[in-house]
Design a binder for this molecule. Structure first.
Ligand SMILES: [Zn+2]
Length: 142
């Protein structure tokens, strides 16, 4: 993810606040403006801190939601594999494997292929093609 950096300096530092507080200002209008500046700074700091807490909470909730959804998907996956309880799941598509074989093609050499009960044939592993779905080599086989 490419998030733009927010290195904006929009809050007076603690050192600047200390230096402002130490100023010997006699003009009442200037004193009033400095007091307003420090009040604004306190409000801004509180707002930024509040946002940080909200983002932290949101990230925790997103993590919980992802965990919950993964649990639901895991149960659905278990149900889908139930008819083939002894078969291993395909590393590429997750469906039960009927048979593992080695396929040879001149352009790729020898590769492991996974044949499924529905005739689908997957080639390779999820590691080789992480974003891919079932990798059909020959579609249905006899
Ligand atoms: Zn597969």
């Amino acid at each position: 993810m490419n998030t733009p950096s927010l290195k904006l300096r929009w809050v007076l530092s603690e050192d600047e606040v200390r230096r402002i507080a130490e100023l010997r200002v006699t003009d009442p209008v200037a004193k009033q403006w400095l007091a307003r500046l420090l009040d604004e700074r306190r409000r801004l700091v509180a707002t930024i801190q509040g946002l940080a807490r909200q983002v932290h909470y949101l990230r925790q909730r997103i993590g919980q939601a992802a965990e919950y959804l993964d649990g639901l998907a895991g149960k659905a996956e278990e149900t889908a594999r139930a008819p083939w309880p002894t078969q291993q799941p395909c590393p590429r598509c997750g469906a039960a494997i009927e048979r593992v074989a080695v396929d040879y093609r001149p352009e790729h050499g020898h590769r492991t292929v996974h044949r499924h009960p529905d005739g689908t044939v997957c080639e390779g592993t999820a590691k080789e093609h992480p974003a891919a779905g079932p990798g059909k080599v020959g579609g249905r086989h006899p």
